[in-house]
Design a protein around this ligand. Sequence first.
Ligand code: NAP
Length: 237
Amino acid sequence: MDLGIDGKVALVTAASRGLGRGTAAALAAEGCRVAICARDPERLAATADELPGEPLVLPEDVTEPSAPRRLVDATVERFGGLDILVANAGGPPRARALEVTDDGMMDAVNANMLASIRLVQASLPHLRSAGWGRIVLITSQAVKQPIPDLAYSNAARTGLWAWAKTAAGDLIDDGITLNLLCPGLHATDRVAELGHRGRLGDPEDFGRVAAFLCSVHVGFLSGAAIQIDGAGTLGLL
Ligand code: NAP
């Protein structure tokens, strides 16, 4: 299936490894002109070398409040516009609900809620001027089913989901869709670090689902939180 996004401009944050990298690879394979960000410039450059096309390499910490605007401005300066935003950031550390600290919660909200909101806000003028746009926020299956030892993630990401639900409604008349992807366990460095075992998803498969959500064919699929979890989430909604 031709996704119809050949030549579109996509910004994918936190994309030198894992799910962000898989998404950038899928969009680049569809012919998108892709900008990718991560903190480690060498690893980011190595990832860019492996992707199709000539990705724009933007070494940034996406959790810095001023980074989203710099990322969007640099992407627009290089490619002349912006059509697709895939917002991603690293995940917070483990903690059970009663162990959380103020500082830890503030960090999680900043990284896993506010950074995505800032990226959307910085991108919107360009998507609106294009009269078309696709926004995908990478979150977690925790949005559907809280994970007992990832309390920071549970709290920050469900806050983002509540925000995104109404943001999507405010954007649909502009031809812009906004959806969450909610990964279950995938074979990435983060999952290896967290010590998870068992059946794992392929980050490249995840990326292809993200690219599908960015296609020209799914203009009425918006305001959804879609789990990609190999049937791992038991909630019915
Ligand atoms: P990963 O394998 O650890 O990769 C994280 C990527 O993000 C790297 O490219 C990293 O590069 C970049 N990154 C991290 N923090 C960043 C920051 N502050 N600014 C810019 N780039 C940053 O992680 P992943 O498994 O793909 O997970 C991605 C997201 O999905 C995380 O929020 C994670 O919690 C969530 N998630 C993952 C799974 C899973 O099974 N993999 C499941 C549920 C939720 P640098 O280190 O160089 O910055």
